[in-house]
Design a protein around this ligand. Structure first.
Ligand code: IMP
Ligand code: MG
Length: 178
């Protein structure tokens, strides 16, 4: 399937599954090397990271813990000051080595807020493992140590990523063309 239609938009394959898996394995190998003597806690950000996490974490060969978190967003008095709560963080992260597993870092605001919230609980270290980074769009300073792909500012779906909750099930990554 080279093209898919989701609601009003058309998408075309841009990164085939095999290429994704190759990069996921590379990142898994890096994490294995860097944390060989640690017991990391992987925090998987739902929903988008669920496919990436399933493949990445099966590359990890040390004892580790895995938790799933998600944002519940509610607006404050002003829309621009939308506050996001983190759900599912029911584990003590003090002095832990944390790896946040995310699907895509775009402006970086979501990740920045997550890191700041986690930092309050004084983990030993926090690292980011993101499937994609839209580096031209990054608005905040983030040290993204582990990523599979840097991509241009195009909208993508598949392999866990969605357009209006559609498209997460596709094996390849698709870029919007229409
Ligand atoms: P940020 O706060 O701007 O970095 O937004 C990151 C979030 O926006 C990701 O976790 C995704 O949920 C969503 N997002 C950004 N770009 C895309 C895309 O191209 N496809 C699907 N979701 C995206
Ligand atoms: Mg996400």
């Amino acid at each position: 399937m080279n093209k898919i239609t989701l609601k009003d938009r058309t998408f075309k394959v841009s990164i085939p599954e095999l290429e994704i898996l190759r990069q996921v394995r590379r990142v898994g190998t890096e994490i294995n090397q860097d944390f060989a003597s640690e017991k990391p806690l992987f925090l998987v950000v739902l929903n988008g990271a669920f496919v990436f996490a399933a493949d990445l974490l099966r590359e990890i060969n040390m004892a580790c813990e895995i938790r799933f978190i998600r944002f519940s967003s509610y607006s404050g008095t002003e829309r621009s000051h939308e506050v996001k709560q983190i759900l599912g963080l029911d584990v003590d992260i003090k002095d832990r080595l944390i790896v946040v597993v995310e699907d895509i870092v775009d402006s970086g605001y979501t990740m920045k807020q997550l890191l700041e919230t986690l930092a309050k609980q004084q983990p030993k270290q926090i690292h980011i493992a993101s499937l994609f980074v839209k580096s031209d769009n990054l608005k905040v300073n983030l040290d993204i140590k582990y990523y599979c792909f840097k991509i241009p500012n195009d909208f993508i779906v598949g392999y866990g990523l969605d357009y209006d909750d559609l498209g997460r099930n596709f094996r390849d990554i698709y870029t919007v063309i229409d």
